[in-house]
Design a protein around this ligand. Structure first.
Ligand SMILES: [Zn+2]
Length: 305
């Protein structure tokens, strides 16, 4: 059950842009592995499947009910027992599909850190009505509670391989859980890093996120491959450097405008233009048309604190 750079490079992400979860139809190869499923287009988010022997683990559950149902169909197509469902953090693009996925596989424990379980529960009063407004019937009616709390440093066998739970605290979200397989040099990195995507900065924690990335860069070996929450896998060193560059540069764009005076609509518009010029065409991780403007507001608030 090894996964090489070559096999990762061969993962047909482009095909997945044609039809949702089309990768699953091609995921019947002889070698069990780690495989992505994701929705196409703007707001695309990865679900990682850890597959070995007769079992598989689902890492993150997609955003809406139809996306989660497509995930369930794809997983059923693999013909393996679902041994666990893991949530890497509380954000709804990774957790809102949990209701549909956990109903489909009721025997599978729902694994999450205590911090993620707390943040998920705390997000309900705001996030559930917001999702209902945006997605209507495609929104879940609840975020089920995790049934097994996982702790930093714990080792768990998932998909026939031993994974170490690495809790990395606040950054993109209130807390971020990564799964590390030392023998395979693989890190299920979730949203600690994305790959050439416009990030979600509305938690207002970019300073802590930059610190987190520095810790992550120092912690894992140079050959580590990151399986990100958004975008294709790549060397962790590269994705971490690019993520840090994005956050530092975006904070700089906001800081430049703040130095000129009050945070205004014109200041926000200038940051949006600068960001679109710096990272042209990078897909957003959340299907919010005004995400960059909202990110600018959030970072302006964060820098003013
Ligand atoms: Zn995400």
């Amino acid at each position: 059950m090894t996964i090489s750079r070559r096999s990762l490079a061969a993962i047909p992400f482009a095909a997945a842009a044609v039809s949702a979860f089309s990768f699953s139809a091609r995921a019947q190869g002889p070698a069990p592995s780690v495989r992505p499923l994701h929705t196409p287009g703007e707001g695309a988010v990865n679900t990682w499947l850890l597959i070995g022997g007769d079992a598989l683990t689902i890492v993150d559950c997609q955003r809406t009910v139809p996306e989660a149902e497509a995930l369930v169909t794809a997983v059923r197509g693999l013909g393996r027992r679902v041994e666990a469902i893991v949530l890497t953090h509380e954000h709804p693009d990774h957790s809102a599909g949990l209701q549909a996925v956990s109903r489909a596989f009721p025997g599978a424990p729902i694994l999450a850190s205590a911090a993620t379980a707390r943040a998920l529960d705390a997000s309900k009063p705001v996030m559930l009505p917001l999702m209902q407004r945006i997605f209507g019937a495609a929104a879940p009616t609840d975020f089920p509670a995790p049934t097994r709390i996982i702790a930093d440093g714990e080792s768990i066998t998932l998909g026939g391989r031993s994974w170490r739970i690495d809790e990395h605290g606040a950054g993109e979200a209130q807390s971020m859980t990564a799964l590390y397989a030392a023998d395979a040099n693989l890190l299920v990195a979730s949203d600690i890093v994305g790959n050439r995507v416009t990030p979600y900065l509305l938690d207002g924690l970019t300073g802590q996120w930059l610190t987190q990335i520095e810790r992550v860069r120092a912690r894992y070996g140079r050959g580590t491959i990151a399986l990100p929450g958004h975008g294709t896998p790549a060397a962790l060193a590269q994705l971490a450097a690019e993520q840090a560059d994005y956050l530092s540069a975006f904070r700089g764009m906001v800081r430049d405008r703040l130095r000129e005076g009050a945070w205004t609509e014109a200041a926000r518009a200038r940051v949006v233009a600068d960001a679109e010029a710096a990272w042209p065409g990078w897909p957003v991780v959340v299907p919010i048309p005004t995400l960059i403007a909202q990110n600018a507001d959030a970072v302006a608030r964060e820098l003013a604190r």
